[in-house]
Design a protein around this ligand. Structure first.
Ligand code: ZN
Length: 133
């Protein structure tokens, strides 16, 4: 793993949260993107070299809707940048981690992504992401 790529925060109302985070960071989001396959609308903020992703559910059965129902708004996942996502997935599976995705899939922000099940990572949902070229 190279570094933390971003931290994902589940929110109920992304328009309201965009205002809040704009006030927090002193500048607005640089990107809004809907990932239909995941049932989410996302926005991205930069604070220096760090990125925050806000996620709002667009469908009732979206993973974000379920998360908020169970735990409320808050930190949803930590994403790590990886060089080669397929290799990293194989390595982690061998180490005994539970992968939610068997194959990398398209995520927001031009990335290939895969998630590790929080049951195998001390309750933290971990996203692996590889920059697509
Ligand atoms: Zn993410």
């Amino acid at each position: 793993m190279k570094k933390i790529e971003h931290i994902g925060i589940a929110v109920k109302d992304i328009d309201e949260s965009n205002k809040l985070f704009k006030a927090l960071f002193g500048k607005k989001h640089y990107k809004i993107e809907e990932v239909e396959s995941e049932g989410v609308k996302t926005s991205f903020f930069k604070a220096g070299p760090n990125k925050i992703e806000l996620l709002e559910a667009t469908t009732e059965d979206s993973p974000i809707a379920k998360f908020i129902e169970k735990k409320g708004e808050g930190i949803h996942h930590i994403a790590f940048a990886v060089e080669d996502i397929e290799n990293e997935m194989k390595r982690l599976e061998k180490e005994g981690f539970r992968l939610i995705n068997k194959k990398p899939k398209e995520g927001a922000d031009n990335k290939l992504v895969a998630f590790l099940h929080p049951k195998s990572t001390n309750g933290v949902l971990i996203e692996l992401c590889q920059e697509r070229d």
